[in-house]
Design a protein around this ligand. Structure first.
Ligand SMILES: *[C@@H]1O[C@H](CO)[C@@H](O)[C@H](O)[C@H]1NC(C)=O
Ligand SMILES: *[C@@H]1O[C@H](CO)[C@@H](O)[C@H](O)[C@H]1NC(C)=O
Length: 282
């Protein structure tokens, strides 16, 4: 019995040793490495899920020193935003596949290199938001707030994409009379618009940001659609349909009053004639 157990233990130990020795064979290097970046928040993705090894990411810019991040991670995604602060620099990422607890400072672990990435040229622009709008007479006033980046000023407040792109950031407002299909648009380098419109009509609009960069123009998704609702204070502000409905209702009421008074008149007349027919002596 004891001998058998010892044999089994020995076999187990040998198997474990074998597996350890051949461990490196299972280490795969990253493939399908992609950058995904919106408003300068940037993630690296790759494949495959690691089994008995871990990944470490190293960012290397043309004008920046190499820096490691996401050290010894077991997933296939890494937020590298903080290592890309020099947004006009062009970076590559090396993704190392390392076996933990196997101190191997002499050999570089196997790695794969990502495509090149320049945040300023390649980050996507997020959806802009309308912070204020108002229709005053023949003017539609609109204010757009810039999407924020993950980067901060020294005073702690977040930089917007306007702080980085400056004049290269343009907004386009697409606007149209409510329930009509003819769209108009206006493009500006500013966040404030004053559009000439027809007084007393409701308008709807959405906005879109554009970066007019030398190498690659980018458009943001469209903002959420907004519509104005004109205050109905005076008849000038009402459209013809509403005036017709009000006139129709008023005419109806007048006709009803006339009919009722005619009926009332006839009833009193009939009562009066009945009374006249009764002989005066009863
Ligand atoms: C890389 O992506 C392609 C296409 O999406 C896919 O066919 C391939 O299996 C992926 N490679 C790995 C290692 O998963
Ligand atoms: C922080 O600094 C930036 C740029 O100098 C400025 O635009 C912003 O208004 C400041 N924010 C606060 C909260 O002081």
């Amino acid at each position: 019995m004891a001998a058998k157990t010892r044999k089994a233990l020995l076999l187990g130990a040998m198997l474990a040793l074998l597996r350890f020795g051949s461990g490196n064979a299972d280490v795969l290097t990253a493939s399908n490495i992609t950058w995904s970046s919106i408003n300068f928040k940037t993630l690296l993705h790759w494949e495959p899920e690691p089994t008995n090894y871990v990944y470490t990411v190293e960012i290397d810019g043309d004008l920046s020193n190499r820096k490691k991040t996401c050290i010894h991670i077991r997933n296939t995604e890494c937020d590298v935003t903080n290592l890309l602060k020099n947004v006009k620099d062009t970076y590559i990422a090396r993704i190392y596949s390392e076996v933990p607890d196997q101190d191997n400072d002499f050999n570089t672990p196997p790695y794969e290199v990502s495509p090149r990435f320049t945040p300023y040229e390649q980050t996507e622009i997020g959806m802009p938001t309308v912070s204020y709008f108002e229709q005053i007479g023949k003017t539609l006033k609109i204010e757009i707030s810039d999407p924020l980046t993950p980067y901060r000023f020294n005073n702690g407040s977040f930089q917007t994409i306007r702080d980085i792109f400056k004049d290269k950031l343009e907004y386009t407002v697409y606007y149209w009379k409510d329930q009509s299909t003819g769209k108009k648009w206006s493009t500006k380098r500013s966040n404030q618009f004053e559009l000439g419109i027809d007084e007393g009509k409701n308008y709807c609009f959405y906005v879109q940001a554009t970066i007019s960069s030398n190498s690659r123009s980018r458009e943001s998704p469209k903002s959420i659609e907004k519509c104005t609702s004109v205050k109905r204070e005076d008849l000038d502000g009402l459209d013809l349909d509403t005036i017709l409905i009000i006139a129709g209702v008023a005419a109806g009421v007048i006709v009803l009053v006339i009919i009722l008074s005619v009926i009332a008149y006839k009833c009193t007349r009939r009562k009066a004639t009945k009374k006249e027919n009764i002989p005066p002596n009863l």
